[in-house]
Design a protein around this ligand. Structure first.
Ligand code: F3S
Length: 387
């Protein structure tokens, strides 16, 4: 892979051991994927922040970088609890301390502690910007809906890119890598509740590739939840949607294989994964809720109360929560909780429940490995936990 003289100097250790280590990783990835060069990035987003996921090994690894600084705007994923309410999530003092230590290391190297999987509600990369993001749901959103360019980075490669300001130029950074590989047509009018199941179904049946959708609804929340689910059961870093996404006209799709999906395919899939029991809790906000989603939920909760013995928990970013204080208050009047900095998957909170109600395909995929789950539309879910 061609390296500029600046990159050679990074590799040779002129800017310190940490930068050399990071550049070495970029070069190794570039060589593996036959990249001809690197490209500068404008932002990075690092996953694997929860102490629940990375443990002491992750802290020791991060410490190797604590004397360096990131070169670009860098964001981090949710942690294992809400920083203002750790007591709801754990009484393990060691867990709380270790998690805070992780955040402090990231702050020290210049990372913005956004603690969200939806960094695009805080900073929106523009069309054509090269970025190095690691959160799988945010990658699909950035590539598909914003036209920014990122591969599916790991937490470690995103950190290396943040430190060097570079990624190897391959895959989703190239026009070729963003070509649609099949067309998908729904033979019915999907509702919002179908988008999560559709995502899980497509990720499982298509596995990888770049779908080109015909006839989807132009709603960013629907598409956010669809992309998150597809990239959970499959490896689908991007999709195009006719008349909606910014690059849908860029490619010739007439000879692409076309898959048709019937309502029954989606109903049967949901039937198979859903547990028939009553839920103890409903978790909403995977990916983290947008302003619009919070407002919609607040309307549905007006003059309603959460039933005794049931729980309703919402997850959003601290930034979105802070800019919707009145809406959050309205939601909490019902007895629901609105949490930030964390989520139902990366925190240990799901362990308190037996049957979990969700409207997110991605959360169903992960929590379904540990607990019984019910994937359902928002209104019916709420009816299960409201008086
Ligand atoms: Fe975000 Fe947690 Fe879902 S990080 S995408 S809310 S699993």
């Amino acid at each position: 892979m061609y390296l500029s003289s600046e990159e050679e100097r990074m590799l040779q250790g002129e800017y310190g051991e940490e930068v050399s280590l990071a550049m070495n990783l970029i070069v190794k990835l570039g060589d593996f994927y036959n990249a001809e060069k690197t490209v500068n990035i404008t932002s990075s987003q690092i996953s694997g922040i929860s102490y629940k996921n990375i443990g002491d090994f992750g802290i020791d690894f991060l410490k190797k970088f604590e004397n360096t600084k990131v070169k670009v705007k860098t964001f981090i994923n949710p942690i294992g609890f809400d920083l203002e309410h750790p007591e709801y999530f754990t009484d393990d003092k060691d867990f709380i301390e270790k998690q805070k230590e992780i955040i402090e290391i990231y702050k020290k190297i210049g990372v913005t502690p956004t603690l969200t999987c939806t960094p695009y509600y805080i900073y929106r990369p523009s069309w054509g910007e090269h970025i190095a993001w690691a959160e799988s749901s945010a990658i699909v959103f950035a590539n598909s809906l914003l036209g920014a360019r990122t591969n599916r980075e790991s937490g470690i490669s995103a950190l290396a890119s943040a430190i060097t300001g570079r990624v190897a130029f391959y895959g989703m950074h190239t026009d070729e890598g963003r070509k649609p590989t099949l067309k998908i047509k729904f033979e019915f009018k999907p509702e919002f509740s179908d988008y999560s199941t559709m995502g899980l179904y497509i990720g499982k049946t298509v596995a990888n590739g770049i779908p080109y959708f015909l006839d989807l609804d132009n709603d960013q929340d629907y598409l956010k939840i669809l992309g998150a689910a597809m990239n959970a059961t499959g490896s689908i870093p991007m999709f195009h949607a006719e008349n909606i996404t910014p690059e849908w006209k860029n490619y010739d799709t007439k000879d692409l294989e076309k898959i048709s999906i019937e309502k029954k395919d989606i109903q049967d899939f949901r039937e198979k994964i859903n547990c028939k029991k009553d839920v103890d809790v409903v978790f909403l906000g995977c990916p983290h809720l947008s302003d619009k989603e919070l407002i919609e939920i607040a309307k549905l909760l007006r003059n309603r109360k959460v039933k005794s013995g049931k729980k309703l928990m919402l997850f959003t970013s601290r930034a979105v929560k802070n800019s919707n204080i009145d809406t959050v208050r309205e939601i909490e009047k019902s007895g629901a909780n609105v949490f930030s900095d964390t989520c139902m998957v990366v925190s240990p909170i799901y362990k308190d429940f037996t049957v979990i109600g969700l409207n997110s395909g991605k959360a169903t995929f992960y929590l379904g490995k540990e607990r019984k789950t019910v994937l359902m539309d928002l209104k019916n879910l709420l009816e299960m936990v409201l008086e």
